[in-house]
Design a protein around this ligand. Structure first.
Ligand SMILES: *Cc1c(COP(=O)(O)O)cnc(C)c1O
Length: 369
């Protein structure tokens, strides 16, 4: 059997009755779009984060896009973010007509180097967009201070950080708004696509509800600017409501897997993930680093272990973003990481047996490199 970095089938087996009950409840409810499940999930998701509002949308990319628009970001504006992220972060900025401006990441934790942000701010900067990458938070206090000083908004990309915390505050509660993805692999995943934006700003919430519903506040009448059709489905909302009650349990499972890796691989020359002091890591992915990354991945295939790289290409070096004008070498840490990082299997239902198999194959490969 092939081992992959992520698999949901063991979890589905455990939760099958609950998931099928959720599906049946929606299908029998008589309301398939924007009904009581979306409303219920929005309330519970907002409450989990101690925010006033959550607005369910169709995926994480559109959560970012609608959040940017709801915060007033548009053509001519600059948004400061990182290139060491999933491409959708940058796709979303591009899609509202704004210009992404990249800062490099820390060599130890791979997160936005907040010290570089001040130098990236220009008169056109409108928004700071930290990505809580791999499951832990960007240093938010100095970032918020910068935003306040320059009159900027802060949008947190929480697609990889459901339930992560910093000094006790949960990811998504530290900016003006936060965007989440419920893509199946995420820490809180649906059985298909989904997303949400959370905020405590009533006007931003109103903008979001209009933007996800064609630009309408009431049926059939587009109010100010045309919006999108970006609604969260009832069936995913109902599944997510059930799974939200288990989010902290999933995180405990992920931490246990991470703990076992640390114990089993701590004496190798792999660079293991480092948790920034004050952060509670939720390990969306377990990213390790080694100069012979490609050889390791190749060798593990002979053990039927298929690893993944999050991510093999820095966004600023992709052909699709050549128009941004970044030269190779402009973000040295991000570029060095892309050729050395790879991810080990990580999900809450990963069995110890399977993890042992991965660890012993990996140790064998490292010995014979
Ligand atoms: C997954 C992800 C997204 C996009 O979410 P989708 O639901 O796939 O559109 C955005 N940003 C980050 C950091 C992600 O990991």
């Amino acid at each position: 059997m092939v081992t992959r970095v992520w698999d949901y089938l063991a979890e589905y087996e455990e939760e099958r009755e609950d998931i099928l009950d959720a599906v049946d409840r929606v299908f029998s409810s008589g309301q398939l779009v924007l009904g009581s499940s979306v409303r219920g999930f929005e309330e519970e998701f907002a409450a989990y984060h101690g925010r006033r509002h959550a607005v369910g949308v169709d995926n994480g990319t559109n959560a970012l896009k609608l959040a940017l628009q709801a915060l007033g970001v548009g053509p001519g504006d600059e948004v400061v973010t990182v290139s060491n992220t999933a491409a959708p972060t940058v796709v979303a900025i591009d899609s509202v007509g704004a210009t992404p401006v990249f800062v490099d990441v820390h060599a130890e934790n791979y997160l936005m180097d907040v010290e570089q942000v001040a130098a990236a701010i220009t008169p056109r900067t409108r928004c700071l967009l930290p990505v809580h990458l791999y499951g832990q938070c960007v240093d938010m206090e100095p970032l918020r201070a910068l935003a306040e000083r320059h009159g900027l908004t802060v949008l947190e990309d929480c697609a990889q950080a459901h339930g992560a915390r910093q000094h006790g505050r949960v990811a998504g509660s530290m900016g003006d708004a936060a965007a989440f993805s419920f893509y199946p692999t995420k820490v809180l995943g649906a059985y298909g696509d989904g997303g949400a934006v959370i905020t405590s700003d009533d006007q931003v919430e109103r903008n979001l509800r209009r933007l996800r519903y064609y630009g309408m506040e009431e049926r059939y009448y587009v109010v100010s600017t045309p919006g999108h059709n970006s609604r969260l489905d009832e069936v995913h909302a109902e599944i997510l409501r059930r799974k939200l009650t288990r989010l902290d349990e999933y995180t405990r499972g992920r931490r246990a897997v991470a703990g076992r890796y640390e114990e089993a691989l701590g004496d190798t020359d792999l660079v293991l993930p480092r948790t920034v002091p004050g952060n509670e890591h939720v390990y969306y992915v377990y990213v390790v680093r080694h100069p012979k990354r490609d050889a390791i991945i190749e060798a593990l295939k002979t053990y039927d272990i298929m690893l993944n790289i999050s991510y093999p290409w820095p966004v600023h070096t992709m052909d699709g973003f050549r128009h941004l004008g970044y030269e190779k070498g402009s973000l040295p840490v991000t570029e060095a990481l892309a050729s050395e990082i790879f991810s080990l299997p990580m999900y809450p239902s990963l069995s110890e047996e399977l993890q042992d198999k991965v660890v012993s194959a990996l140790r064998e490969v490292l010995r014979t490199l």
